[in-house]
Design a protein. Structure first.
Length: 367
């Protein structure tokens, strides 16, 4: 049985896309070995394939990337493998070098337009380093996956390579009949409840969501996730005495998140246009909202706007002011049921069972 070694820089727990890919590949008949990193607050992980989490001395900045890729490179050299699967640019160099030394094929899955993330676009020297790695390796890649058509077109035009689109949609699975966490139920009881789930980072519009919800009576916001500005958001909630309106729930495994999302009446995805990465993004949270059968409110960015208008699963904002967003939230909540039929239809189309066919087409040659 052929073994695919999959690597990523996160701690594996909440990376739904990587888990879905690994599960699909296992179902195809591959052995899977997933490699990530172990953090101080990493939750336990239980998967039906092999996992390895590397505990690092450095967990941020250039020393983190250098240490992780150095240790990953040596691990890749001496572990059993037939195919390398690199997730995102921060694992690509070590995977590419190992694939050349071992003469094994490599597949690349880009979850975002890495060189255009907000953390890099204002740091030209660091951005130039990552662009150098990308431009050196990309033209040599034969099998590439990305999350949206816009990113696929960007890479295909820039490097003259074929790019496969693999949208980060959820599994249909069975209906979730388990009870959501009690603290969530207590928070939303008798209220109009809206949710943001995902990375709590700069440019996600989280403060804007808070500002808008504060303008609405009997409406509360739950933030499920973690990230670079988590402390800033937590401090704001405490400083302004917003605990009755804003619940910062933190990071949870995907199995728990699936119980939480359907409790809410509306989901947010209000990314700012901070460079091409956000402009071309098609966040998996939008598809999670569809799977939970709740409408969504999204930014006026090409991929988000396309999916919302194509499937009629919510609304697109044209004005990023809190008062205008509050008006749209109220309108959606007042007519939530009118979106339900379209959402149910979208759910039939936007699911992993259909989307994963492209994985089978690409990886079948490695069996």
């Amino acid at each position: 049985m052929k073994t695919i070694v999959v690597s990523v820089t996160n701690d594996l727990v909440i990376d739904q896309r990587v888990h879905k890919v690994c599960t699909t590949l296992k179902e195809m008949g591959f052995n899977i070995h997933l490699i990530g990193r172990k953090l101080k607050n990493s939750l336990p992980i239980h998967r039906d394939y092999k996992t390895t989490r590397i505990k690092l001395l450095f967990n941020k900045g250039p020393l983190f990337y250098a240490e992780y890729n150095f240790r990953l490179f040596w691990l890749l050299l001496f572990t059993k493998k037939d195919v390398f699967l690199s997730n995102d640019l921060d694992t690509l160099l070590s995977n590419f070098l190992a694939s050349k030394i071992c003469n094994k094929p490599i597949v690349y899955d880009s979850h975002e337009l890495y060189t255009e993330v907000p953390e890099l676009i204002h740091r030209p020297t660091v951005q130039k380093i990552w662009l150098g790695i990308e431009s050196f390796i990309f033209p040599k890649l034969k099998d590439v996956f990305v999350v949206s058509n816009s990113i696929a077109n960007y890479y295909a035009k820039k490097y003259n390579i074929k790019v496969n689109v693999l949208k980060n949609v959820p599994c249909l699975g069975v209906e979730n009949i388990e009870k959501p966490p009690n603290d969530i139920l207590r928070f939303v009881k008798g209220k109009q409840a809206v949710i943001y789930q995902g990375a709590v980072n700069i440019g996600r519009g989280i403060n804007l969501m808070i500002d808008a919800v504060l303008l609405l009576e009997n409406t509360v916001l739950c933030i499920v996730g973690d990230g670079d500005i988590s402390d800033e958001i937590i401090n704001r909630v405490e400083r302004e005495g917003l605990k009755d309106k804003i619940f910062f729930y933190g990071k949870v495994p995907s199995e728990i998140l699936k119980k939480i999302t359907p409790v809410f009446n509306l989901g947010f995805s209000l990314e700012e246009d901070l460079g091409l990465n956000y402009r071309y993004a098609l966040p998996n949270k939008i598809f999670d909202y569809v799977n939970a059968e709740i409408p969504c409110l999204v930014s006026n960015l090409p991929e988000m706007k396309w999916v919302v208008e194509e499937y009629k699963i919510g609304e697109v904002i044209n004005d990023r002011s809190a008062d205008k967003i509050a008006i749209i939230i109220k309108e959606i909540l007042n007519k939530k049921e009118s979106y339900l039929l379209s959402i149910k239809k979208a759910k039939i189309d936007l699911n992993w069972e259909k989307e994963s066919e492209v994985i089978k087409q690409v990886y079948s040659k490695f069996l």
